[in-house]
Write a protein that binds this ligand. Structure first.
Ligand code: FCB
Length: 454
């Protein structure tokens, strides 16, 4: 493994709804994901997150695992419906107590917290009032962030405002494959603006509460690869890049939305004067989640994409490309290209990057052996992670300022609409008993971190 810069952060990531369980404990209110998972047919295996990885109760186990890993940092998320069960009004002290316990346990283990303030679990009452389609949700979000900072601002130094607003818009409101399950297609665009506005207002709230806090956002990015050099495919790839990547990053780093004329739009839905200045507030770091490149072609005549008025459709990866359990193509070079491309496209406007998620799901099997009598030989995950960590080193060598890398995920967890069918953890979780088993990838990562930290 190439040598990373001194001080590089090595961590693992999780999200509240995916690991905590205990969805009614200590006054937590319902979120859109509780509602969504309760609706028949929404989650592929019919499962829910009532227990998940049981981390609300077992957070000490998770911190012990991080300590054993030698992680410098832990990225976890704070559940809005635990802190503000109805999405507005005063804080639920018992909900905040939980995160204080997590943060204190991390401090004791010498691990720095990187707290995500919103990882998709919108309080249901706010969805009932319009969710991210309405501007008020941005204001409510900033108010919630203020409550968290009041309590934890003295002991959490780094904050991520939103996780992957693109997925909330595209899967949650446009296609309906994730909560809240709306199928509004282009009608989902106001949710882009209201999330980014919420982000900007939250940055201001965090800065007001703490003079030293570092703030960033996490966007998911994919390198968009045209299926061929055919001009139609090039145009399609450009349009996909706009909806997946650029509408979520341009306003943050350039203070403007990209041109949406390919979608028949002249101005951005929801935008009001002054908003872009709020959204483009300076950031201390830029969080990048990335898993795979996306191959895109011009929509075939009469295809469902063409009929829906979309100027692109997905294409197959080159023959022979390995795929993960999710069927995501494994192309580490594309990860380096993505990072180099961000630097090329945004130049000095791009803050230092932190890779806030990267990893892979595979059909892991627990077999006898190893220390605890149980092992998981996940060599494909090791190959994936090894390739992608090297790709980060490659990007750094090519001039991209990357400061940290977080594996998704510390533990197997509830993979949204895929339920428990996709395991991403460095640590296997038995979802019947909660038992944790370190996979071989855990040992691989522990060795990488030890070598890099000297
Ligand atoms: C990302 C999400 C994360 C997890 C991974 C696999 O899009 O942020 O919660 O589900 O994908």
């Amino acid at each position: 493994m190439p040598e990373f810069p001194r001080g590089f952060r090595w961590g693992a990531a999780t999200a509240a709804f995916q690991i905590e369980g205990a969805t009614t404990a200590d006054g937590r209110g319902p979120s859109i994901w509780d509602t969504f998972t309760a609706e028949p047919g929404r989650v592929i295996d019919g499962s829910n997150a009532l227990v998940a990885a049981d981390s609300y109760r077992r957070h000490h186990d998770d911190v012990d695992l991080l300590a054993e890993l030698g992680a410098t940092d832990y990225r976890f998320s704070i559940s809005w419906p635990r802190v503000q069960p109805g999405g507005s009004g005063p804080a639920n002290v018992a909900g905040l107590d939980h995160y204080e316990r997590v943060v204190d346990a991390l401090a004791e283990a010498g691990i720095a917290p990187l707290a995500t303030l919103y990882h998709w679990d919108l309080p249901q009452p706010l969805e009932d009032a319009g969710g991210w389609l309405v501007r008020d949700t941005a204001e409510r979000y900033a108010e919630y962030v203020g409550l968290v900072l009041d309590r934890l601002g003295d002991r959490v130094g780094r904050w991520i405002t939103l996780n992957e607003p693109a997925m909330t818009t595209l899967e949650g409101y446009a296609l309906g494959t994730q909560a809240p399950g709306r199928t509004l297609m282009l009608g989902a665009l106001p949710t882009v603006h209201h999330q980014l506005l919420g982000h900007g207002l939250a940055v201001a709230a965090i800065r007001a509460a703490s003079g030293t806090a570092e703030v960033g956002i996490t966007n998911n990015h994919t390198l968009v690869v045209p299926a061929s050099d055919d001009p139609g495919d090039l145009v399609a790839a450009g349009a996909f890049d706009v909806v997946y990547n650029r509408i979520f990053v341009d306003p943050l780093l350039t203070g403007a939305y990209p041109d949406l004329s390919a979608f028949g739009l002249e101005s951005f839905p929801g935008l009001e004067s002054g908003d872009l200045g709020v959204i483009a507030a300076p950031l201390d770091f830029y969080g990048v989640n990335s898993y795979n490149p996306t191959y895109v072609a011009a929509p075939a005549e009469g295809s469902e994409f063409a009929l829906a008025g979309l100027p692109f459709e997905p294409a197959a990866p080159p023959a022979g490309t390995p795929v993960t359990g999710f069927d995501w193509p494994v192309v580490p070079e594309a990860f380096a290209e993505l990072l180099v491309g961000l630097r090329r496209d945004y130049g000095d406007a791009l803050p230092p990057i932190v890779i806030t998620e990267n990893g892979a799901s595979y059909a892991d099997e627990v077999v006898p052996g190893g220390n605890g009598g149980r092992s998981v030989h996940d060599h494909e995950r090791i190959a994936y992670l090894d390739g992608h960590v090297r790709a980060v080193a490659d990007a750094i060598g090519r001039g991209v300022d990357v400061r940290g890398y977080f594996v998704w995920s510390l533990v197997d967890n509830f993979e949204w609409a895929q339920g428990y069918t996709q395991r991403f953890g460095l640590v296997h979780v038995d979802f019947e008993t909660g038992e944790r088993t370190r996979k071989d990838s855990f040992d691989w990562y522990r060795r990488v971190i030890a070598e890099q930290r000297g």
